[in-house]
Design a protein around this ligand. Structure first.
Ligand SMILES: O=C(O)c1ccccc1NCC(=O)[C@H](O)[C@H](O)COP(=O)(O)O
Length: 403
């Protein structure tokens, strides 16, 4: 059944007393919000200006009263709707929602939500992003960006992620390996059980050390808790354990705040997903990464995303995900398809390193994506599941790449 034709569901619960309500009454439909129309380009600038202000320290706003708070939340709602319009004009299908969630309606003592296409995620990626927006809003409140900026002073130094991939590729003649520390994923469920839940960080550290021993150039550490059972504590523990491979913070970045947070937790690179972030956000976030000494791995899945990213100044690292994050389908020929013809030519001219991501299990798979033009690969499942992940790397490449 298509979501478009799905019958709206309504959920009710008794409303708290008026004085305890923190959720504003949003307008019931997008059309009822009056906003002066401006050309799309102007509107984009306006959205970005509002966002960068809050990301650059205006989080220290003076306390506001309840009606001002509600007005701010309504403004946020309007901005998100603009963002969706801008994103859709770039072919982005993932919509954004305010951290406060879908609108509530009040009838007498009841509050209710109408569940329809507007407020129900269309796929897992959209669901992850909506949850991430809420999670980040909460984390930002606890540690505003000015606090993170202060903590940067004591963060471990950033290491050269791109340099490590290039060096490994030159040394072995094979794609540099970004080995992924991942306990679970929405598509594959739990990949690696922790035998003792209290030893969780230890196990992740052991896997990271085994990857390094096996010849990985860099590591990718999942930090999302809800869908991947990862954590920032894992990232920090791996960094503190003295693992020398540069670390990619594998997170769903929706706000520049997360880049600062990743850096203070020891990341050397972050992931930016083109299916989620409009061009202006990617540009802005690349600048922040450069300022913090981080590499940005920009992930694409289709031609449209690749073309958008090739038009962005300063991109050094592009990941081609063979997994469709909306349907979970994996097809490694996607890497080849996206590197054919003028796109491959442009990548060579710009000296961009391409990373083949997902679904790589055998030496033949590695050879296939290498022949397509990648100089690095990002691999999780096929090595993380092995009892000896270092041996898993040797099996994956068909030779010992640590030598
Ligand atoms: O893997 C998922 O289920 C997933 C779902 C939603 C968003 C992202 C998802 N995975 C991230 C990745 O693409 C992989 O972790 C990464 O590329 C490694 O893939 P693999 O070697 O196949 O484990």
């Amino acid at each position: 059944m298509s979501l478009r034709t799905a019958t709206p569901r309504v959920s009710f619960r008794a409303a708290p007393s008026q004085s305890h309500r923190h959720v504003p009454k949003f307008p019931t439909s997008r059309c009822s919000i009056f906003v002066p129309r401006a050309p799309m380009a102007d509107r984009r600038c306006c959205i970005r200006a509002q966002q960068s202000e809050s990301q650059d320290g205006l989080d220290k706003l003076s306390p506001v009263n309840e009606s001002e708070g509600n007005a701010l939340k309504i403004k946020e709602w309007e901005v998100r709707n603009f963002q969706d319009e801008v994103a859709a004009s770039q072919g982005i299908r993932i919509r954004r929602r305010p951290p406060t969630g879908p609108p509530l309606h009040y009838v007498g003592p009841f509050e209710f939500r109408i569940e329809n296409e507007e407020n129900t995620p269309r796929n897992i990626l959209e669901e992850i992003i909506w949850n991430k927006d809420t999670e980040v809003a909460w984390m930002k409140e606890k540690r505003p960006v000015y606090m993170l900026k202060k903590a940067l002073e004591s963060a471990p130094p950033a290491r050269d992620f791109v340099g490590a991939l290039k060096a490994s590729n030159l040394r072995t003649g094979l794609p540099g390996l970004i080995a992924e520390v991942k306990k679970a994923s929405p598509s594959r469920g739990v990949l690696r059980e922790n035998f003792d839940p209290f030893e969780c960080h230890l196990l992740q550290v052991e896997i990271a050390q085994a990857y390094e021993k096996g010849g990985a150039a860099c590591l990718s550490v999942l930090t999302d808790e809800k869908y991947f059972q990862g954590s920032f504590e894992n990232l920090e523990a791996i960094r503190k354990a003295g693992v020398k491979c540069p670390l990619l913070c594998k997170e769903f970045i929706v706000d520049a705040w997360q880049i600062y947070y990743a850096r203070i937790k020891g990341a050397d690179a972050v992931l930016l997903i083109a299916a989620v972030l409009p061009d202006l956000d990617i540009r802005y976030m690349i600048k922040i990464c450069k300022m913090l000494g981080l590499a940005a791995l920009i992930e694409v899945h289709n031609e449209m995303e690749m073309d958008r990213v090739l038009g962005i100044e300063g991109v050094e690292l592009i990941g081609i995900n063979n997994r469709d994050l909306e349907t979970f389908e994996v097809d490694i020929s996607n890497t080849k398809k996206l590197l054919e013809g003028k796109r491959g030519q442009m990548i060579l001219e710009k000296d961009i390193i391409v990373v083949g991501e997902s679904g790589l299990f055998t030496p033949d798979d590695i050879a296939y994506v290498q022949e397509s033009g990648v100089r690095a690969v990002l691999v999780g499942e096929s090595i993380v599941k092995k009892n000896d992940p270092a041996k898993g790397i040797t099996e994956l490449f068909g030779k010992d790449i640590s030598l």
